[in-house]
Write a new protein. Structure first.
Length: 332
């Protein structure tokens, strides 16, 4: 549960702006905007989705900065409400719609800040997904890097050992790796996982459409990744009820419940949202049934070469400095 997740984090004073008022587009305007989004999706050759806590609120998992979010309630001195556990939560219509969009060839990659594991449990392939803040169900070998997706939450925070050992068998019949396993959930000061961040970065560079769903884009560096697509000449669409940090950069801003927006979008695209049939872990996109032959050859984001890694690092640092200057100017 995100409440238990939040309680397990270290104390941290700067949790961003919480409790901002929500805004809803009138029904006709919402329809018009979703029609525009559908056209952008049809025209896109490489769409990347950025998902936040707002796509899981309909699953009974509270967000963090919404009117009844975990951090918002904390600021008020109140206890947050929740309706489920991580193990019992079922993927939302949005989670399942994203799987259908991948199968139809419209969606190429998801960059998620969520730790609830619902993208993986929906059957979305893990090689098309970067979970930048970790996954409550995943533990990783500290020695060989092998990851294990479990049926229950791991129970540790801040990349701590879980008490289990790696079972990977080495070549030539040698003994198992036996490396210590650790949880993948980050604490506030932990660095984002290189593998996920580099793949996310490369996917954003290839993208011509960045679609953000249910995130205020306040947390760095994940919240700034959609701007990479924008700087490369792509479009940015933001779907969120509250204002976000990058609203001024958006080509289209939709104020509505994410499930409602995605249901309308799928209708306009002529696609059905599949029913969830239980937790299924899919490691690669080759393991799922694609609907068109072309989709079987979707290129994975390759690891960036050393010189590009340095360029990416420099760009990130420049972007952070620019943002800090803009924030200082706003405060003045």
């Amino acid at each position: 549960m995100s409440v238990n997740y939040a309680a397990g984090l270290s104390p941290y004073p700067d949790k961003g702006i919480c409790g901002l008022p929500e805004e809803f587009d009138p029904a006709e305007e919402l329809q018009r905007k979703v029609l525009e989004l559908a056209q952008l999706v049809r025209e896109s050759r490489h769409m990347v989705v950025h998902s936040g806590a707002g796509i899981s609120t309909s699953c009974g998992i509270p967000d963090f900065r919404g009117p009844n979010g975990v951090w918002t309630m904390e600021e008020r001195g109140q206890s947050p409400r929740f309706d489920t556990t991580f193990e019992d939560a079922r993927p939302s219509r949005t989670h399942m719609a994203l799987l259908a969009l991948l199968r139809a060839g419209h969606l190429k990659y998801i960059v998620s800040q969520n730790v609830d594991g619902l993208h993986v449990r929906s059957g979305f392939p893990r090689d098309r997904l970067s979970e930048l803040h970790g996954n409550m169900f995943v533990e990783e070998c500290m020695k060989c890097g092998k990851q294990y997706v479990r049926d229950t939450v791991i129970g540790t925070m801040g990349l701590k050992p879980t008490g289990r050992r790696c079972e990977v068998t080495r070549s030539r019949g040698l003994r198992c790796c036996r490396g210590k396993l650790m949880g993948t959930i980050l604490d506030w000061e932990d660095a984002l996982p290189d593998r996920d961040l580099n793949r996310a970065d490369e996917a954003c560079r290839q993208a011509d459409l960045a679609l953000t769903l249910g995130t205020s884009l306040q947390i760095k560096p994940s919240g700034n990744l959609p701007l990479i697509t924008k700087r490369k000449g792509g479009k940015l669409v933001i779907v969120n009820l509250q204002p976000t940090k990058h609203d001024k950069q958006a080509d289209l801003r939709i104020h509505g419940y994410v499930d409602e927006v995605m249901t309308l979008l799928m209708k306009h695209l002529g696609l059905e949202i599949p029913e969830w049939g239980g937790a299924v872990v899919c490691e690669t996109s080759a393991d799922i049934a694609m609907e068109t032959k072309a989709d079987l050859k979707l290129p994975l984001p390759p690891p960036p070469p050393p010189e590009l890694k340095e360029e990416i690092k420099t760009e990130r640092q420049s972007a952070v400095k620019k943002e800090e200057r803009e924030e200082e100017e706003e405060e003045e």
